[in-house]
Write a protein that binds this ligand. Structure first.
Ligand SMILES: [Zn+2]
Length: 708
């Protein structure tokens, strides 16, 4: 399949005008027509190959929050997935050390929670040390916390005398000695600072591995949140070299010391603008504002409970214990879920993301969230979570992004973090309207209030929501917050009913990255290790679930993918074994992706992918008119030609913009406005970003449209 092509099959388009069709025509990597086989054939030259496929064809999935690089990185790390005891964790580290001799650091993605292990606690620094004596070991906990061994503590200079960095915490035993658990980025940064950064070759390997995995899930556009300068550069190189096979929106990581201007410079230095904008674009700035729900560090308006209730129906854990040779476990109070202690503060010290090593340096403190330092014992019942960036820094980033026509995605899990972001964006909006610029809340799953939902809708702030996250640690939330609050987490139904634009994502790796799994969770509210659904009243419908991972997510990424098959859209398709809209949500669990197409080219194909290729008779006129001149004609504007800063806006049909008004506003702003308006892009705030005049694209912001 390449070049011009007609695909015959059962096609769901996500285009409300023609939601379900039996054929698609593709020309030069774009959808040329949808409709009947005759419609499709009429849009391509005679002799165009034609394939018939079984199953159901949908737009390629869009994931608005997936750590592609981290997914690719997993192959070089210890896998702890499914480990059921500390002894097994040690065994896997030991095996990795043997297979990778030398003195290099050993890292793992540790998605384990205490209740996953027979000991009902996490391993200590000393226990990790016995698995790889003398080598640095760092287990990465969901990109937020880390577990390190004694050697790592030693190399990082972390001792009982080391103060907690602002916004982070060094977990300590009753004697004040570090246990090996480092809570939140500022504390993890102390260890990261002594680990050699990955090389460019590492980054390229991660991209190759990560994209292969995503394409196998039918994902054709991925927004990678929190990429460092070096990672941005690797993406740009891959796009230029032609090795990037899916569309990527990269969110550069901002922080207290990495300003918006720094991100501009980084994008310029790595030549992002010279990469194919249909393949790689700079997305909104990524900011981390708080911790996580199951980690017990999200910023809440009410204090975190200090005596968590046990899980309602805990996953049975095998009774494997530590091997007799290992040190005796610490008292369970130190590293169990109840170990949440007051944070020392507030501010992310440097531009420290999960993959950007840096040294820590204290910053100013928000008085509202300043907490006294604790030494392993819960002394206060007023711990509200960790705020890892000050309000001033969030405001500065958002204000400058908006002025530049860009947005920001803010990691905000707890209700207090969500409110803080909306306060800041309200302040920005008073000067520079934020709607349509790509501003979004990331996760936003712990107790957003009805008022917050109204404010998000009114501001045009979107939500990147992650059903796979709820599936992954639903039990953990019950453990920390009780059944009712856990059931209300990730309130997709409420967000949608409030009129907020929501897009799906996985937050993988860790949580399952398959959008089919995410759709299933969003419809059923099932969580890992529990029979009954958690908060089924927050379930969404079949069409809503599909929109979540196609058009909804595409709105958040702001392109280059659209999650839709309409003439002019990129020819990005996922081929499924069956219909994802069938009423029984459990059908989604049996569906698989058999092939994935990006830009009209098959980039993933399973051996059982069924296609029958034929060729059209050559009696047709060589250069036929498009099937639907009004929608696919020459005056159609290429949406991707829009300035990336404005690409967050929505494509509207011909005629839904008031032609005279656009023409007059165009003239008023000094842009050529004569001719016939063929189409336009209108943001949710009815702001026109571009339109076509007599076949030429005229781009720019021309103010609000009253009608249409
Ligand atoms: Zn994430």
């Amino acid at each position: 399949m390449s070049g011009e092509l007609v695909i015959i099959g059962d096609v769901i388009t996500l285009d409300p005008v023609r939601p379900r069709v039996t054929a698609v025509a593709i020309v030069n990597g774009r959808i040329a027509a949808t409709g009947s086989p005759a419609d499709a054939r009429a849009a391509v030259p005679a002799g165009t190959p034609e394939v018939t496929v079984s199953g159901t064809i949908i737009p390629g999935f869009v994931d608005s929050h997936v750590h592609l690089l981290w997914a690719g990185r997993r192959a070089s790390r210890v896998s702890l997935t499914g480990a059921t005891s500390i002894a097994e964790v040690q065994q896997r580290i030991r095996a990795h050390a043997l297979a990778n001799p030398g003195d290099g650091w050993i890292e793992a993605d540790d998605d384990l929670d205490p209740w996953d292990l027979a000991e009902n606690r996490l391993p200590t620094a000393a226990e990790l040390e016995t698995a790889a004596p003398g080598r640095g070991v760092l287990l990465d906990r969901r990109g937020h916390d880390a577990l390190v061994n004694t050697t790592a503590l030693h190399r990082a200079g972390i001792t009982s005398a080391t103060p907690d960095p602002p916004g982070g915490r060094i977990d300590r035993d009753p004697n004040g000695e570090p246990t090996g658990l480092l809570v939140e980025h500022p504390a993890v940064a102390l260890a990261r600072a002594v680990i050699p950064p990955p090389s460019g070759a590492d980054h390229h390997r991660w991209i190759e591995n990560g994209q292969r995995e995503l394409l196998a899930h039918g994902i054709t556009t991925a927004m990678d949140p929190a990429v460092s300068t070096a990672e941005l550069s690797a993406y740009a190189d891959a796009a230029r070299a032609g090795t990037l096979q899916l569309r990527v929106t990269a969110m550069p990581l901002g922080s207290e010391t990495t300003t918006f201007a720094d991100l501009d410079r980084a994008a310029e230095t790595c030549g992002l603008e010279t990469a194919d904008p249909h393949l790689l674009v700079r997305g909104p700035t990524k900011l981390f504002l708080d911790g996580g729900g199951s980690l017990g560090t999200a910023l809440l308006s009410t204090p975190w409970p200090t005596h968590p209730t046990p899980p309602a129906s805990p996953e049975p854990t095998p009774a494997a214990g530590p091997s007799p040779a290992e040190p005796a476990p610490l008292p369970t109070s130190t590293l169990t879920p109840s170990s949440a202690t007051p944070s020392s503060g507030v501010v992310e010290p440097l531009g420290v993301g999960p993959s950007q090593p840096s040294a820590a340096e204290p910053g100013p403190v928000d008085p509202a969230y300043s907490e006294p330092v604790s030494c392993g014992v819960v002394e206060h019942s007023d711990y509200h979570g960790n705020q890892t960036l000050s309000r001033e820094v969030v405001l500065a980033h958002c204000r400058e992004a908006a002025l530049a026509g860009r947005g920001a995605g803010v990691h905000a899990v707890g209700d207090a973090a969500i409110d803080l972001v909306l306060d800041v964006l309200g302040e920005v909006d008073a000067v520079t309207p934020v709607a349509g610029l790509g501003f979004h809340l990331i996760h936003a799953y712990l107790g957003p209030s009805p008022d917050a939902m109204r404010r998000a809708r009114d501001l045009g702030v979107r939500v990147s929501a992650h059903p796979a996250l709820q599936w992954d640690f639903g039990l953990g939330l019950i453990d920390r917050l009780g059944e009712d609050r856990a059931a209300a987490a990730n309130p997709l139904r409420s967000w949608l009913d409030a009129g907020v634009e929501v897009g799906g994502g996985s937050d993988g790796p860790g949580p399952p990255m398959a959008p089919l799994h995410g759709m299933w969770q969003a419809r059923t509210r099932h969580v890992r290790g529990r029979e009954t659904p958690l908060g089924p009243e927050q379930a969404i419908t079949a069409p809503e679930a599909l929109e979540l991972f196609t058009t909804g997510a595409a709105r958040i990424t702001g392109g280059p993918g659209t999650g839709r098959l309409r003439p002019g859209d990129p020819a990005d398709l996922a081929f499924l074994t069956g219909d994802p809209l069938t009423p029984d949500p459990d059908t989604l669990r049996s569906l698989t992706v058999t092939a994935t197409m990006v830009n009209g080219r098959l980039v993933f194909e399973r051996p059982d992918f069924q296609q029958t290729t034929t060729t059209q008779p050559t009696t047709q006129p060589a250069d036929p008119e498009p099937a639907d001149p009004e929608r696919a004609g020459p005056e159609r504007v290429d949406r991707a030609a829009v300035d990336p800063a404005a690409a967050d806006s929505m494509l509207v049909d011909v005629g839904s913009v008031v032609p005279e008004q656009v023409a007059s506003q165009g003239a008023a702003t000094g842009m050529s406005g004569a001719g016939t308006v063929a189409g336009g892009w209108v943001s949710p705030g009815r702001r026109v970003w571009g339109w076509a005049v007599s076949g030429r694209a005229v781009l720019g912001t021309v103010g609000d449209v009253a009608g249409g």
